[in-house]
Design a protein around this ligand. Structure first.
Ligand code: SER
Length: 354
């Protein structure tokens, strides 16, 4: 880890205890939204970590920022020695298309990186005698639908079904879900001493996420955000999946809200450690129609990349998120229409001056 804190943690004030939150992958898409939301809410000392230095605006919202790699266990340990984290949002990962280009690297970052953080969070919880919350974004990539006909027949997939991922990313996320459950519920069960503090592992399986502010890198659901941003910039876009391709999506504000709502949920309300969260499930053609309605000059064509198409075809058309709705009140603010009319289009227009 090259850099120490870039600023000092803010002093504690008032009656409510400030919570210290580690965010890995802080410079990524979700990291941007999460740092903004935690900063706006107040009461948190945010410690950010990313491979690259954070941009100035983000860094200004953090008590400390480190550049470093989650596979570097020694460097991570130093960060844990310096900060007593209450919550870890572990966002750092290689997405599905990047993972297929370099599967071993994806495994190292996505699984070994997560194991490093689970181990350190567990040690911290045990030494303090108090739980450390570990919030982990998993993905629809953990599913592997057995063919297009089954994908359409099954519809909204339940958390326990079709868990045969075909990407390294999906394999990694599923492995980490199990590792999280293990650390939370079964760690070293032969040990005679019952620990007072544990990892409180909570996990969301995200659909594709669309932000009006940032573009994803290396994902396979990227066709939706790419199509929208290209139209706003006045650039033609060749979509790499068929028009009838359907997977679930959600807006970035809803994704961030789901992370924070799950983190705030009383532990006794949670009946599982892994929750689907959904919002809307448009086909690529339906997204293109909404894009053309907002930007009549938009040029959207289709140039299918078979390998990426196969990945998206293996993901469910929609997810059954009843558990999240029932246990901690999950409800997206944006359905497909609201996502475009209230969030994406106005925000993106402003961003590109379109
Ligand atoms: N957005 C991710 C990807 O495309 C899936 O969760 O890899």
């Amino acid at each position: 880890m090259a850099d120490g804190p870039t600023t000092s943690p803010t002093a504690t004030s008032g009656a409510a205890r400030r919570r210290t939150v580690l965010i890995t992958g802080a410079g990524g898409e979700i990291g941007h939204g999460l740092i903004d939301a935690l900063h706006a809410e107040g009461g948190f000392d945010i410690v950010a970590m990313d491979l690259k230095e954070l941009d100035g605006a983000l860094r200004g919202r953090c008590a400390a920022a480190y550049t470093g790699d989650v596979t570097d266990a020694g460097a991570l340990a130093k960060v844990f020695e310096r900060h007593g984290f209450d919550v870890v949002h572990h966002l750092a990962a290689l997405l599905s298309s990047s993972g297929e280009r370099n599967p071993e690297l994806a495994h190292a970052v996505n699984v070994q990186g997560t194991l490093n953080l689970l181990r350190l969070s567990n040690e911290l919880a045990r030494s303090r005698g108090r739980d450390v919350q570990f919030i982990f974004p998993s993905s629809i990539a953990v599913y592997g639908m057995p063919g297009l006909a089954a994908k359409s027949d099954i519809g909204a997939v339940h958390e326990d079904r079709c868990l045969n991922p075909i990407t390294m990313y999906g394999v990694n996320k599923l492995a980490c879900e199990h590792l999280g459950r293990y650390y939370a519920d079964h760690y070293m069960r032969l040990s005679p001493d019952a620990p007072k503090g544990r990892v409180d592992f909570r996990c969301l399986r995200f659909p594709g996420i669309i932000s009006a502010h940032t573009l994803p890198t290396g994902g396979t659901s990227d066709f939706a955000p790419e199509m929208i941003h290209a139209a706003a910039k006045g650039e033609p876009y060749a979509c790499f999946v068929r028009p009838d391709t359907r997977i679930p999506f959600m807006t970035m504000p809803d994704a961030v809200r789901s992370l924070l709502t799950l983190a705030a949920a009383p532990k006794e309300r949670l009946t599982t450690r892994v929750y689907n969260v959904g919002a809307f499930s448009p086909s690529a053609a339906e997204i293109a129609d909404l894009v053309r309605a907002a930007f009549p000059a938009a040029e959207v064509s289709y140039k299918v990349t078979e390998a990426r198409q196969a990945i998206v075809d293996s993901w469910p058309a929609s997810v059954d998120d009843d558990h999240a709705r029932r246990d901690w009140g999950w409800a997206p603010q944006h359905d497909l229409r609201a996502a475009f009319s209230e969030y994406l289009i106005p925000t993106i227009r402003k961003r590109y001056g379109a």
